[in-house]
Every structure is written in C-alpha cells, then in structure tokens.
Design a protein around this ligand. Structure first.
Ligand SMILES: Cc1ncc(COP(=O)(O)O)c(C=O)c1O
Ligand SMILES: [Zn+2]
Length: 382
C-alpha cells in the first residue's frame, strides 16, 4: 500500500487525503502529493513491467478500492529526430509524442489519475473549464468511470473540441472571454451544483498523472536529457515532471543534476516569460491575452506560477515567447521535413528551439527533448 501526505505547495499545510480536496484551505495554493519512502521495487524490476501510465503504482496515489480502468494512456514514443532543421545541428534530438495518447493529447495522463481518484473519493459529477484538450480528456475518463462531466469553454474554441466532448457525453457551455472567464463561470456553477472541479492544479492528482512523462523520459533514455522544451499554459506537465525528477533522486535513480527547462509560451500571452525575465516569484495576471492557434498556451494566470518559476530557476532553465508566425512556420516546415505534424503548442517549442541557434546557452552536442503535447486535428474547423 502506498502511503503519502497531501501538503500545500505554498505554505506546507497538511490536508487529509481520504476525501475530495481542492486548493489549500489556508492560502489557496495548490496541494501536492508527498510519498513516504515505503517499499519500492528496484529500477530493474520496474522496467520489467509492462509500460504505460500505471507502470509504477508505488509513486501514484492508489487508495484502497481505487479502480484504474484504462484507455491505453501513457508509454508514448520518444522519437529520435535525425535532422530536425536543415541549418541547425543538434546531435541528440527527440520528440516525446503525446499525440499518441487516447483523446490525442497528454491531458489523458492527468485525467486518468484525477478522475479515478475523484470517483474513489465519492465525487458524483465533475466540472472544469478548458481551452480544448483537457475537456476532451475529462469527458472520456468521466465516461469511463461513469461520472457526468460539465465543461465551460471560451467561445472561440475550435468546434471539433466541443463536438468531441459532447460525443463523450459531457455537457458543454460556450462562454465569452478567455479560459479564465470560463473558469470563473464553471467554478460558480460547480459550487452551486456540488460538482467536483478538476481544473488545472485546483485538485492534487492531475499533476500526479502528468508527472509520468518525466519517469518515461528516464525509463526510455536510461538518463535525463540536458534540455527540455515544454509548451506551458497552466504548467501542470512542467511542475509534474520536475516533481518526478525529485522523486527519482529520492529513490536513488538519479543525482541532483536536472535537465534545463525551456518554458515556451506564445508572445500574446506570456506571463511566465515576463515573470522569469523580471525576476518575479509569481507571474500575476496577463492582461488582454491575444488569440493564438496554440490554445493550450492562452492561460493568462496560472495557480502554480510560483512552482513553474521555481523549477525554471532551480534547473538553470529559461523561458521563451514565440510569435504566431514563428510557430506556424516551424510547425509546417517540420511536418514537411520530418513527417510529423505537431499541434501548434509542439510547433511553438520547435520555434523556441530555433531561437537558440548560434547562442552559447544551448550547444549542438547537448541532448534535447521537445514535447509535442497533442495532435493537430482537434484544432481544425471553426
Ligand atoms: C496541446 C497542449 N499543450 C500544452 C498545454 C499546456 O499545458 P500545461 O497545463 O501542462 O502547461 C495544453 C493545455 O491546454 C495543451 O492542450
Ligand atoms: Zn497553503
């Protein structure tokens, strides 16, 4: 049996984990899972197990009675790309292709764990705001666990996203404004109706699902890369993987050296880049975020901003904002050159990587992993 504590990531207050929890009751910070060391199989034994999201249950919250039915999430390929760009040499370059998850994005990972936990702890219905992929994943795992799902999304979200959510039996409401407006709307309704809110970092377990991407990098490479490019909205994946690396160090699998994070955002909504450059510990709200085809990056305020900034600085990492034309061009050129059509968020990472050309910060002999967090098809249509 896995034993863990639920502690606030900001003030450290402990919260009981035998019931549904949202944000910290003392300071409204995000709650994080801390595992007691317990009995853990050796790395060799773990590697003998079938790959997939639930390969290492010793580092997932698994209370008694929890069921984890699966849609086949996790174990996505780490694709070696020989020559990602005609003019830039990068000896070791991989793409972690999260589009190959159920519901075509990495959001399946977080939802596979968060919805299983919510069900175990007695939730009767779920709600969340979404700019796209999280809504589809929540709908799918809600259906899998027999829980109704209520979703609010900004009116300009691609029609295919709402369609997928509805096909998966969710109730969808289109809201004026950004994801922040959709978030405020659904939080109010959810509270009135008694729906459990599974918005980014507003419950503790999506991050536990997303962190498995970090374990998989290590399991596949036998070490961690020098640099990771990650498209950052709410930052769950980045915070989760940074947490996974800390857990791996506590297990004695790695030393204290970390991959340098490159937090990638879109120029029209780049609160983390601004805060990183200004030396701030919190990002605050980005006023008037501009539309971008990379919907997942249009997050003007992130609950876990301080955790993202901390991870960037501790890893000697950095943050880069790319323009819409840069990310579109990078996506198209890469698709034609390498045979992989990435989502705009993945393309944003590629555009960010190109920015380092000729700069001392990243040299051609370092190993780089870039995250393609989803597929492009869900963005088609209006
Ligand atoms: C395809 C895609 N990439 C990246 C993100 C940002 O994810 P995170 O919350 O981990 O920063 C999202 C979030 O919606 C997304 O859908
Ligand atoms: Zn707190």
């Amino acid at each position: 049996m896995v034993s863990w504590q639920l502690l606030c990531g900001r003030c450290g207050t402990e919260h009981a984990h035998d019931r549904l929890q949202g944000l910290c009751q003392a300071c409204q910070g995000p709650l994080l899972v801390h595992y007691e060391h317990g009995s853990v199989p050796s790395l060799e034994r773990v590697l003998q197990r079938a790959p997939g999201q639930f390969r290492f249950p010793e580092r997932l919250p698994c209370p008694e009675g929890m069921r984890t039915p699966t849609l086949g999430e996790g174990a996505t390929p780490l694709l070696p790309i020989e020559s990602p760009d005609a003019e830039i040499e990068q000896k070791s370059f991989w793409i972690k292709d999260e589009a190959q998850n159920p519901t075509y994005s990495f959001k399946a990972r977080g939802m596979s764990v968060a919805v299983a936990m919510a069900k175990t702890l007695g939730a009767e219905a779920l709600c969340l705001p979404t700019a796209g992929n999280a809504g589809v994943a929540a709908s799918a795992y809600g259906a899998l666990h027999g829980l109704p799902v209520h979703i609010a999304m900004p009116k300009n979200t691609p029609g295919g996203i709402a369609r997928q959510c509805r096909e998966l039996a969710a109730e969808v409401t289109m809201v004026d404004g950004t994801i922040a407006d959709a978030g405020a709307w659904i939080a109010k309704r959810g509270q009135e109706q008694g729906w459990f809110n599974v918005a980014t970092l507003k419950e503790p377990y999506r991050i536990e699902g997303k962190k498995i991407m970090g374990y998989e990098l290590f399991w596949d490479l036998g070490k961690l890369p020098d640099v990771i490019f990650y498209p950052t909205g709410g930052g769950t994946g980045l915070i989760g993987m940074a947490k996974a690396f800390d857990e791996m160090e506590a297990l004695g699998w790695i030393d204290s050296k970390r991959p340098r994070w490159v937090c990638v955002q879109s120029a029209g909504c780049a609160p983390m880049v601004r805060a990183f450059e200004q030396g701030w510990e919190q990002a605050g709200l980005w006023e008037n975020p501009e539309p971008t085809s990379a919907f997942g990056l249009r997050v003007p305020g992130a609950v876990g901003d301080f955790l993202i900034l901390r991870a960037l600085r501790q890893s000697q990492g950095t943050a880069v904002a790319v323009t819409e034309s840069e990310l579109r061009q990078a996506t198209a050129e890469f698709a034609g050159r390498c045979g992989l059509w990435m989502c705009p968020e993945g393309g944003a990472c590629l555009a960010a990587w190109r920015r380092f050309r000729g700069q001392a910060w990243l040299n051609g002999s370092e190993s780089v992993v870039l995250f393609n967090t989803g597929g492009p098809l869900q963005y088609l249509g209006d």
